[in-house]
Design a protein around this ligand. Structure first.
Ligand code: SAM
Length: 204
């Protein structure tokens, strides 16, 4: 991790992802999270306020060791005990069938080995466990796709490896048999990041 990733990027991510319109999606997707919870790509802890009051503990992983500093104020303001681990989600040390729920918000875009990470999510979920996600990705509008492809290299360089053009539906369906998905065009965002994939995938 370089100076930019550790000292500047966390502030940029916290600012850009604090959008109140995104908070509505966070609230909606997190409402049904239950049991033993893992959140991948925890970032600055923006999801914490939206977990239900039944959730008492969560385990989180993130590769960026400096990003947790910004999560501290949200962790301290919450009743939830957060076990923050600096780990790559494509190689989790947790045993098979550990969690009832795994959460990812605006993270599948940034994980270098996303197929491997989704295989890990599947592995650590208990049978019947669910993967809850809200992600931005490949637009359904061809003209927007052209710009997503063009701007991808710049986005990756300035936003911690974030891809604009990942087909999140396909990625999740490659791993899970049962996926319920909603696509939303979030008008408050620039078109290249506005196409959201919001859903729940179930491990059978
Ligand atoms: C765009 S931020 C989203 C943060 C948070 N999930 C949110 O909704 O505000 C993506 C996060 O994923 C983390 N990340 C990227 N690659 C990762 C990986 N392979 N394993 C775990 N975390 C990763 C980054 O460090 C960053 O904190």
């Amino acid at each position: 991790m370089g100076f930019y990733s550790e000292n500047i990027l966390p502030y940029l991510l916290d600012w850009s992802l604090s959008d109140p319109n995104l908070a509505l999606h966070r609230r909606e997707i997190l409402a049904d999270v239950k049991g033993e919870v893992l959140e991948i790509g925890f970032g600055t802890g923006l999801n914490i306020p939206y977990y239900s009051e039944n959730i008492k503990n969560i385990v989180t992983v993130d590769v960026n060791p400096k990003i947790h500093k910004l999560a501290q104020k949200r962790i301290q303001a919450s009743q939830i005990t957060v076990d923050c681990r600096i780990l790559n989600s494509d190689n989790l040390p947790m045993a098979d069938n550990t969690f009832d729920s795994v959460v990812s918000t605006f993270t599948l875009c940034s994980i270098a080995n996303v197929d491997r990470a989704l295989a890990e999510v599947y592995r650590v979920l208990k049978p019947g466990g669910k993967f809850f996600f809200v992600e931005h990705g490949l637009s359904d509008e061809p003209k927007v796709q052209v710009w997503q492809n063009r701007l991808n290299p710049i986005q990756k360089a300035i936003a911690g490896g974030c891809h604009l053009d990942r087909n999140i539906k396909q990625l999740v369906e490659n791993q899970f048999d049962t996926v319920s998905l909603q696509n939303v065009n979030e008008d408050s965002l620039p078109k290249i990041t506005a196409y959201l994939y919001k859903g729940i995938a179930k491990k059978n």
